[in-house]
Design a protein around this ligand. Structure first.
Ligand code: ATP
Ligand code: MG
Length: 159
């Protein structure tokens, strides 16, 4: 379905903002006041964002800020979710997208989860012809990025 990603993203962030009120987490939106048309399955992309944002909440300290961004590139948008949480060691960054992988079993056991969230998230992003990756500094925070191809309205008219 042809979806304007901007209001879609805002709605999902609104829901998190309502639900985690007591955890004192700030949501900083860096989202242009523009339309970004992408061809997505809304339910699947909701699952993608729920997984990424709930990790950011889960691994954030009290009073932490989560920064949610859309950046426009030529043929795609880059969506990112940055937190100020515990971070992930450099050599483990790629593994977090593997099934059942959890960075520090002792540390994360108490936080719950199966280690499937990001593996499913990667499959869903790739099914939309996007890519997903992570960047992190231990003790400083983590950023998850993913891309989605923009619908080329000009070319669609020519067909
Ligand atoms: P589930 O999502 O299935 O409930 P999970 O959150 O442990 O469980 P994933 O979402 O797949 O699993 O994440 C895999 C691992 O990557 C996590 O266990 C955690 O160690 C690490 N991780 C993911 N996101 C973050 C983050 N924002 N900050 C720090 N570590 C993270
Ligand atoms: Mg998770």
């Amino acid at each position: 379905e042809d979806i304007d990603f901007t209001p879609f993203f805002h709605n999902i962030i609104d829901r998190f903002e309502m639900n985690v009120k007591d955890e004192k987490i700030n949501f900083n939106r860096q989202i242009p006041n523009k339309s970004f048309h992408v061809w997505i399955d809304k339910d699947r992309l909701t699952q993608v964002l729920d997984n990424i944002i709930s990790n950011a909440v889960k691994y954030s300290p009290d009073g932490g800020t989560i920064t949610l961004k859309i950046e426009r590139h030529i043929r795609q948008i880059v969506v990112s979710v940055r937190d100020e949480g515990i971070g992930i060691e450099y050599d483990k960054l790629d593994k977090i997208f593997d099934r059942f992988y959890r960075v520090d079993k002792a540390r994360t056991r108490q936080l719950g989860g199966t280690g499937l969230g990001l593996a499913i998230t990667r499959e869903l992003v790739e099914a939309h012809y996007g890519r997903i990756w992570a960047n992190s500094k231990e003790g400083k925070g983590t950023t998850i990025y993913f891309t989605l191809p923009l619908i080329n309205h000009k070319r669609r008219r020519e067909i």
